[in-house]
Design a protein around this ligand. Sequence first.
Ligand code: CMC
Length: 430
Amino acid sequence: MTTKYELKNSVTGKATELDSISGTIGPDVLNIAPLVKEQGVFTFDPGFMATASTESKITYIDGEAGLLLYRGYPVEQLAEKSSFIEVAYLLIYGSLPSKAELEAFRSSITRHTMVNEQLLRFFQGFHHNAHPMAMVAAVVASMSAFYHDSTDINDPRHREIFAHRIVAKLPTIAAAAYKHSLGQPFVYPRNDLRYCANMLNMFFAVPCEPYAIDPVAAEALDLLFILHADHEQNASTSTVRLAGSTGANPYAAISAGVSALWGPAHGGANEAVLDMLEGIGSPKGIDTFLAQVKDRNSNVRLMGFGHRVYKNFDPRAKIIRGMCYKVLEKLGHNDTPLFELALKLEEIALRDEYFVSRKLYPNVDFYSGIIYSALGIPRSMFTVMFAIARTAGWVAHWQEMVSDPHMRIGRPRQLYTGPTKRDYLPIDRR
Ligand code: CMC
């Protein structure tokens, strides 16, 4: 049964009936479309605190219960049993693949990993200390100038080629950005390696000596990628949808997503967490730091804490914290003090009234940087790693939107508070 809501203008008494719409799980939403027509008012919701911007079948979050489902599957089960490539398939195609489907998908991704040589030359135009996110956003946008057989958004085959290509090439582009920053030669992808092992090889191999890929490192990367693969209508995914809703080519839309991810309130938080831990220095510095966080005039935040949707534990943070023990034991004793500091900081913050009353818990980024660091990935590359994983989700959302015959351009309205109409004054009369 549809629940009806009534919205009444208290002055004129005019009422508008609004239907609620139910999803499969989660809160109902109100269809507010009649409001403008019947009452001449818009809704006002800065930051989208209470707005469902779209209908989607991809990912579900229950922030109170700490639940995250990709196409219905709990992220904990996928983290334990699946692989990033299988999860990418699940997100993009909607169901878990059969053996043959998975092999075909893996093979297609593997064979799309090389990038056009001209595209690689773009990197020479960047200064050696350019932030890798700047390079990746620019090079991804440039892909539309190369891969014309995958930019017709109305052709399902074009869309599929694009999907495979972008998932396949992002690690190659990321590795090229990293190698450029080091002044080392690019390392070409190897088709005999799995997705994450290949990425490690492109990052760390050099022509002058053999590089042994550590299976624990590849496993840790795969896990982090599963956990970062999608998160429903977050800022970067909404950006991909908004850019894509104009009919822009998909590479442009993904590049917009990369840029949106960069900010410290979103994907940039993993880089900021390590800066923060280093700034705190040791457990002795925690109290002073938390006093700064709680000082309203300081603008200092406990990075890696808090989330718009999770008001209980972020399930991804729990899994990553568990992985930290394994990775640090095997690879990164140098990073152990940072991890211990993070654990202590978490423990103290979770007992502190400020964080308890605001329901602030560690999010996915609180511990992910510690793993990246133990894998030898430099801090400036952390958000790029997030971007590689989230590409699977961006593609799934873009596909879902573009294949909907009712797709419309996303075009929010506003509450205007600027000057009312006024006449131009010549400069000598101002
Ligand atoms: N440290 C200190 N105070 C915080 C924090 C934090 N990390 N996060 C929220 N608060 C406070 C905030 O000051 C506000 O307090 P008050 O009501 O007294 O003004 C209250 O909690 C609500 O915060 P908000 O900024 O209105 O919440 P939001 O939903 O708009 O922001 C957030 C969510 C993730 C941007 C925010 O929690 C934050 O800035 N966290 C740190 C950055 C971070 O870790 N980002 C990664 C998010 S998870 C991965 C991803 O999405 O990419």
